[in-house]
Design a protein. Structure first.
Length: 166
């Protein structure tokens, strides 16, 4: 496996954690459902995969590999976004769910609460629900970005060759 694929995974991991904070910031600043809130919340997901798709297309000359790189990055981001959410709830502590903080582990329903939150909110309501979106739209966006990049690159090379021949 090429080193750049490990870099894509690392970018996905970092972006997943970054998006956790970015989403919290946007939700504090703007009302959920506003047009700007929607654009910022979902548009930020293009930030890591557009450069990844271009970079992969540039080196592999493959639209399919660029699509898989984009999809993989988004998938890793989704997984780490929700795992970081679990870490926030259990270890770091978020005031909205104090019953899930590890300091309350001796409470009678602590582990039952955690089992329900982890399975229903983190795994099924988060990772599982958004993974399909990440895979499908990551493939589509990565493919389209690489297609555009490779066409522009081909046009520039053709134009430069025509200029040199002239």
């Amino acid at each position: 496996m090429k080193i750049r694929w490990f870099i894509y995974i690392a970018i996905g991991l970092i972006f997943g954690v970054f998006d956790f904070y970015f989403h919290s910031f946007i939700s504090r600043m703007l009302t959920q459902g506003e047009t700007l809130w929607t654009i910022l919340t979902y548009g930020v997901w293009l930030v890591p995969i557009v450069p990844i798709a271009i970079y992969e297309a540039r080196f592999s000359k493959s639209k399919v590999r660029a699509a898989f790189a984009s999809s993989s990055t988004w998938l890793v981001s989704i997984i780490f976004y929700y795992f970081y959410n679990a870490i926030q709830l259990g270890i770091i502590g978020i005031s909205t769910r104090p019953e899930l903080h590890i300091s309350n582990k001796n409470e009678p329903f602590f582990w039952e609460n955690w089992k329900n939150v982890f399975w229903n909110d983190i795994i099924m309501g988060g990772i599982f629900q958004w993974s399909g979106f990440a895979v499908v739209f990551g493939l589509i966006v990565g493919f389209l970005v690489s297609l555009i990049y490779l066409r522009i690159d081909k046009f520039i090379k053709f134009r430069n060759q025509a200029t040199n021949d002239f």
